[in-house]
Write a protein that binds this ligand. Structure first.
Ligand code: PMP
Length: 385
């Protein structure tokens, strides 16, 4: 057996969801919405399944979807993508990440990672033989500095894995953050893999800035997107990669032996969905922002310190002001005693973890959020007594 996988513990998401199932707790741990997702998009998928083509689609994805991806990113992010040479469909953001990491590094290459990091990154980097170099982000702002980048980069840096917006910290990097990063990437002659799956879920008038819109990164970056996040259909696992042709050619080789293709009916539906009018995307964004505000207000009223949440389905809470020092123990108490499952953010670090932050998913029905707040009241009451 491969020791890397044989020794991996079960992910914290499964542990907390399992505890939530066993105890009947409200699951604000794993990041999935309670809503069924846009009906017209689901109907398109159903129609294409019954009436459409169900054999292998083209390896790079259906032309209509690749065209829709290019048009969508032109409309929302001002990108000028050649759909035939620079766009490929994958089976979710996860496959796109695996393909990019396996396709772009060799054993011994250094890879810069920002902690806290999405849980798939490090095992994939290690599988590819990469040597991780960490930049550790700190609350409340979770931003990197020039000094941190200078310490992490070296002439051996071949890849940088950037998540923007970040799951779990809900940080949205601005253009000047990306420009600072670009200077280091260029100097090391490296490539950036930007996991932008949360690109549409940014709040308070923020714009998502893609790595591909930074001129210095246009030819040395991979942009990853996910229809699961764009349409709140997380089980669909339809992802996209966009990159300059020489990079995309290599990614197509790794894709051909990871999954080769992605279910064609879902591709037809995603192509349709990406063409929906601006109002759909604006309303989706406003809907999630409203949930964030409702939940953040309720938590604040109950004495929790809510950290800024600029995007994603998540908000984080600093438990240090409550006198707590162990996020894992506190999240276990919350699930067992209050009946609310969360994710301890220390699970997203390899080392030097911040141990006083919890992640809550607010992409739930208002009744669910209100019931969770009611249950959390008991925690607050106990604390104050
Ligand atoms: N990257 C990040 C940062 C994510 O949060 C997720 C989903 N939770 C993924 C990648 C995976 O995307 P997909 O479900 O499309 O594979």
């Amino acid at each position: 057996m491969n020791p890397l996988f044989a020794s991996l513990p079960t992910t914290i998401f499964e542990v907390m969801s399992g505890l939530a199932r066993e105890t009947g707790a409200i699951n604000l741990g794993q990041g999935f919405p309670e809503d069924a997702g846009p009906e017209d998009v689901r109907r398109k998928a159903a129609e294409a399944l019954i009436d459409g083509y169900n054999q292998y689609p083209p390896m790079l994805g259906l032309p209509e979807l690749r065209q829709a991806i290019a048009a969508h990113y032109q409309r929302f992010q001002g990108l000028d993508l050649d759909w035939q040479r620079e766009v490929m469909v994958t089976s979710g953001g996860t496959e796109a990440l695996a393909g990019a990491i396996l396709g772009l590094i060799e054993p011994g290459d250094e890879v810069v990672l920002f902690q806290p990091m999405y849980d798939a990154y490090l095992p994939l980097v290690k599988l590819a033989g990469g040597v991780p170099k960490f930049v550790t982000l700190q609350p409340p702002h979770w931003r990197f500095t020039e000094e941190q980048l200078a310490a992490a980069f070296s002439p051996k840096t071949k890849l940088v894995l950037l998540n923007n917006p970040i799951n779990p910290t809900a940080t949205v990097f601005a253009r000047n953050d990306l420009e600072m990063l670009a200077r280091f990437v260029t100097k090391s002659d490296a490539i950036v893999v930007a996991d932008e799956v949360w690109e549409h879920i940014v709040f308070d008038g923020r714009e998502h800035v893609s790595v591909l819109s930074i001129p210095a990164l246009r030819e040395r970056a991979v942009k990853i997107g996910s229809a699961g996040k764009i349409f709140s259909l997380t089980g669909w696992k339809v992802g996209f990669v966009c990159a300059a042709e020489p990079i995309l050619k290599v990614l197509a080789k790794s894709h051909q032996f990871l999954t080769f293709t992605t279910p064609p009916n879902l591709q037809v539906a995603v192509a349709y969905g990406l063409g929906k009018d601006d109002a759909y995307f604006a309303e989706m964004r406003a809907g999630f922002a409203g949930k964030r505000d409702r939940f953040a207000k309720g938590l604040t009223e109950r004495g929790f310190s809510v950290l800024p949440a600029q995007g994603t389905y998540f908000l984080t809470v600093d438990i240090a002001p409550l006198g707590e020092t162990d996020d894992v123990a506190f999240s276990q108490r919350l699930v067992l005693e209050a009946g609310v499952a969360t994710i301890p953010v220390s699970a997203f670090y390899d080392r030097d973890a911040v141990r006083t932050v919890l992640r809550f998913c607010f992409a739930k029905r208002d009744e669910t959020l209100d019931e969770a707040l009611r249950r959390l009241e008991t925690v607050a009451i106990r604390r104050n007594s």
